[in-house]
Design a binder for this molecule. Structure first.
Ligand SMILES: [Zn+2]
Ligand SMILES: [Zn+2]
Length: 116
């Protein structure tokens, strides 16, 4: 059976799943990992004060990959479609509150996004 390809969506199986080791059919509940690229977004360097709302003191990188994991392919596809429209219209926001909170941490670029 040919593997289905879904653009922009990666199907992730659990590590013990036979599918992961190409040893057989899936026996886990895979998750669907999808991402979109926001080329208008700006990502600041790790220790840039901009993460805390202070003026930027780094050389920000343009373009941020926004990713999200879903339990269903349907959900992943729907979010990706929405996100792409939002990116085109310039109305993309952090996907949810949790992401905003995580934005306090330097590894995430969201705090650095300019307010919409
Ligand atoms: Zn699996
Ligand atoms: Zn900065």
């Amino acid at each position: 059976m040919a593997k289905q390809k879904h653009t922009g969506i990666t199907i992730r199986h659990s590590r013990s799943c036979p599918e992961t080791n190409k040893a057989g059919a899936c026996r886990c509940k895979p998750t669907y990992w999808t991402r979109v690229y926001d080329r208008r977004a700006v990502r600041h360097e790790k220790n840039c004060p901009a993460h805390d709302g202070a003026p930027c003191r780094c050389t920000p990188t343009k373009g941020v990959v926004i990713h999200k994991t879903f339990d269903t392919l349907k959900g992943a596809k729907a979010w990706r479609a929405d996100a792409q429209v939002a990116l085109r219209n310039g109305t993309m926001r952090a996907p949810d509150r949790k992401t905003l909170r995580e934005a306090r941490y330097p590894s995430c670029g969201y705090a650095a996004l300019s307010p919409v």
